[in-house]
Design a protein around this ligand. Structure first.
Ligand code: IPD
Ligand code: CA
Ligand code: CA
Length: 264
C-alpha cells in the first residue's frame, strides 16, 4: 500500500502543478449546459494517467475526461485494481479563478476503495486516506468535528451544473437553510468531503455527483470517524452516488430527517 500511496501522491501533485501552469491561459467550453471543461482538465488527467499507468501498467483506469458515462464505469475489468480520477474537481471555480478546486484520485481493489487522495494545489493541502489506517492532512491525522446537532452544524451541498426550477434539490437546500447553522455550496465535491473529514464542515449531501468526484473523499470521511449513507438511510452505491455524509451518527440521523421532510 505504501508504494500505491507514494505513486498516487506523485500523480496528484503532478496534476495539481498542471492546473497551476494552465491558470492564466486556458480556454473554456461547455460539455453540457453550464458543465465546463478546459485544456487544464485534460492535461492534468494526462499527467496523472502517465504516472499511474507508467508505474502500474496492468491496472485499470477511469478518468472523468475520457469516460463516456455510464459505459466506462461498468467496463469489464482486466485487473482487480482500478484508479478513479477526477483531474480537476471544481472546474467552474477554476474558470472563475476561485481558489476552491482539487485533483482527486481513488484506488479500488475488487471494487472496494482502499486509498484516496484529494490535493488542493492553491492551498498546498494534500489529504489522504488508507482503508483501515485513517485520514491525514499533509501527513497529520485528522478526525471529523464530532458535531451532533444541526443547529451547530456548517453543512454543504453539491448541485448539478444545471438545476431545474422546482427541483427537489432546491427544496432540500431551503429545508437545510432553516434547520442548520450555516449552509454552503462550495463547488467541489472532493473538497467538501475532505473538509468534512478534517472537521471544517459537519455534513455534506449530493445527489448528482459521479464516482470520480467522491470515491476518495468518501473513504476519507469514513476513515476520519464520519458516517455515510444514501439519503434514504440505506448503504451507498458508489456507481450511483447519492448520499449524505456527517461528522457523527447522531447528526446523520437528524440531517436525514431534515432532508426527507421534502417529498421525493
Ligand atoms: C463538479 C463539482 C461540483 C458538483 C458537480 C460536479 P467538476 O465536478 O464536484 O461540486 O456539484 O456535480 O460535476 O465538473 O468540477 O469536476
Ligand atoms: Ca468533479
Ligand atoms: Ca472534473
Amino acid at each position: 500500500m505504501l508504494e500505491f500511496l507514494s505513486v498516487c501522491e506523485q500523480a496528484a501533485r503532478a496534476g495539481g502543478q498542471v492546473l497551476l501552469d494552465w491558470q492564466n491561459r486556458f480556454t473554456t467550453r461547455e460539455k453540457g449546459l453550464r458543465d465546463l471543461v478546459t485544456e487544464a482538465d485534460v492535461a492534468s488527467q494526462q499527467a496523472i494517467r502517465d504516472i499511474l499507468l507508467g508505474r502500474f501498467p496492468d491496472h485499470d483506469f477511469l478518468g472523468e475526461e475520457d469516460a463516456s458515462f455510464p459505459a466506462a464505469i461498468k467496463t469489464s475489468p482486466k485487473s482487480q485494481y482500478r484508479w478513479i480520477v477526477d483531474p480537476l474537481d471544481g472546474t467552474a471555480n477554476y474558470v472563475h479563478h476561485l481558489p476552491a478546486f482539487a485533483v482527486t484520485i481513488a484506488l479500488q481493489k475488487a471494487e472496494e476503495t482502499v486509498l484516496g487522495i484529494v490535493f488542493d494545489p492553491i492551498a498546498n493541502e494534500l489529504y489522504h486516506a488508507v482503508k483501515g489506517e485513517g485520514t491525514f492532512l499533509n501527513g497529520k491525522s485528522v478526525q471529523t468535528s464530532g458535531c451532533t446537532s444541526p443547529e451547530q452544524a456548517m453543512v454543504a451541498v453539491s448541485f448539478a451544473p444545471n438545476v431545474p426550477r422546482g427541483s427537489i434539490e432546491i427544496a432540500r437546500f431551503i429545508e437545510a437553510l432553516h434547520s442548520c447553522q450555516s449552509v454552503r455550496r462550495l463547488g467541489s465535491a472532493a473538497l467538501n468531503l475532505a473538509y468534512l473529514a478534517a472537521g471544517r464542515l459537519d455534513a455534506y449531501w449530493a445527489t448528482s455527483v459521479k464516482i470520480w468526484d467522491v470515491a476518495a473523499g468518501l473513504l476519507m470521511v469514513e476513515e476520519a470517524g464520519g458516517t455515510v449513507s444514501r439519503l434514504d438511510g440505506g448503504p451507498l452505491d458508489l456507481n450511483n452516488p447519492e448520499f449524505l455524509a456527517s461528522a457523527s451518527q447522531p447528526l446523520q440521523g437528524e440531517m436525514l430527517q431534515i432532508l426527507s421532510r421534502v417529498a421525493g
